[in-house]
Design a binder for this molecule. Structure first.
Ligand SMILES: [Cu+2]
Length: 146
């Protein structure tokens, strides 16, 4: 009897916690996409944010078939340009040169405007550097595994 009462109490508490966290999630002002923390949404997609003149995260490793989605997190224009960059200064992060490879080269509108995100699906394993053509400090890599 004592055990049964305890179990009921625990179950009731768990339900209360779930209820409370559910309420908190609904009442907070979460944008429909792209939260600040990782969402276990779709494992076949991955978000990268352009923020503070950087790509966050700068290096990602994803399995082949993953759709990477870039989202502009600030009110300035960036580009997502596929291609190699060289001679990145270790203290400033500024690259020395870049070579677009033609895979994609898109302009991201400032945050909140039409065209402030872009998606590309990486089907083939390999290393895919990209950069922002406007800002020499925005250099990043997508590593696609089998
Ligand atoms: Cu930029």
């Amino acid at each position: 009897m004592t055990t049964r009462i305890t179990l009921t109490g625990v179950a009731g508490l768990s339900a209360l916690v779930l209820l409370l966290s559910g309420c908190a999630g609904n009442s907070s002002q979460m944008p429909p996409s792209g939260g600040t923390t990782t969402e276990p949404a779709d494992p076949s997609s991955y978000d990268v944010e352009a923020i503070s003149i950087m790509f966050m995260p700068e290096t990602i490793t994803v399995p082949a078939g993953t759709t990477v989605r870039w989202v502009n997190g600030e009110a300035i224009t960036h580009t997502i340009t596929s291609g190699a960059f060289t001679d990145v200064n270790p203290s400033t992060g500024i690259r020395g040169s870049e070579t677009p490879d033609g895979l994609f080269d898109v302009t991201l509108a400032p945050k909140g405007q039409d065209g402030d995100s872009f998606e590309h699906t990486y089907e083939t394993p390999g290393t895919y550097p990209y950069y922002c053509d406007i800002h020499l400090s925005m250099n990043a890599v997508v590593i696609v595994t089998e």
